[in-house]
Design a protein around this ligand. Structure first.
Ligand SMILES: [Zn+2]
Length: 256
């Protein structure tokens, strides 16, 4: 079983797309298509032929280039079971617990509603890799547009249950802004302070902070640390439920 290669490229103001490539079988998949030309460029740069497109959710910055890229490459398109809004061009709809095979390896589908109700994440257990879309970001989580805070918190818990060494590709470079919010609710977290220095160094050089790792997020991302006593003391929410603390942190971030 081979190690896949991951090529991350940027598009739009702060979006990331990723190509997944198996050097053994030469199969290639593309995660989301906000910009078909940027995806085609990256395929050309890496000298790859596209076989599959995996769509996480219906938002335009993840789907606008889908029909063009499908037409130009003939790729097979996986995407979420359509709930809130139609996505044109899907060949196969997926939901919680579904699995498919890419190359010779398993891809598990995790339904993570909250940002949108249709959101799915793609987990490759043999590669320890997750594509978290707009659900889990480095030091953040997606804004809740279609779901509610409890729904988002339950979705994040599905991701928190994955192995700590899981490498996470999310869809946006929001990390520095997320870092300044994180330290405001978790000001005594030394690992967070250390991480912010690293993030500032990367961003000063124009380098990506993505991918991240689940273990690092569990130690520094306030949205995953709602049971932490220091954070709860800081919010004056010692006795509230985890989902109530999550809701409060999400609200604070929306107004930060
Ligand atoms: Zn989105």
């Amino acid at each position: 079983m081979s190690n896949f290669l991951f090529y991350q490229y940027s598009y739009g103001s702060d979006n990331y797309g990723v190509l997944v490539h198996d050097p053994l079988s030469s199969k290639t998949a593309c995660i989301d298509v906000g910009d078909a030309n940027k995806a085609l460029n990256e395929l050309k740069n890496q000298n790859l032929k596209l076989d599959e497109i995996w769509i996480t959710h219906h938002h335009g910055d993840h789907t606008e280039g889908l029909l063009k890229l499908k037409q130009e490459t003939g790729a097979f398109v996986y995407g979420p079971k359509q709930i809130s809004q139609l996505i044109n061009g899907l060949d196969k709809e997926l939901t919680q617990g579904d699995e498919f095979t890419f190359s010779d390896q398993k891809v598990k589908v995790i339904h993570t509603p909250g940002h949108t109700t249709d959101m799915i994440n793609f987990y490759l257990p043999n590669q320890n890799t997750l594509f978290s879309g707009d659900t889990l970001f480095a030091l953040g989580c997606g804004r809740i547009f279609e779901g509610n805070p409890l729904m988002m918190w339950e979705s994040l818990q599905k991701l928190m249950a994955l192995p700590e060494e899981t490498i996470i590709y999310c869809s946006h470079e929001y990390t520095l802004a997320n870092a300044y919010f994180s330290i405001s609710v978790d000001p005594t977290n030394q690992e967070l302070k250390d991480r912010i220095k690293i993030i500032e160094g990367l961003r000063n050089k124009g380098l990506p902070t993505i991918p991240t790792k689940l273990g690092l997020e569990l130690k520094t991302n306030p949205f995953l640390r709602v049971s932490n006593l220091e954070i709860r003391k800081n919010l004056n929410m010692i006795k509230e439920t985890d989902s109530e603390v999550f809701e409060k942190i999400r609200l604070l971030k929306d107004n930060f």
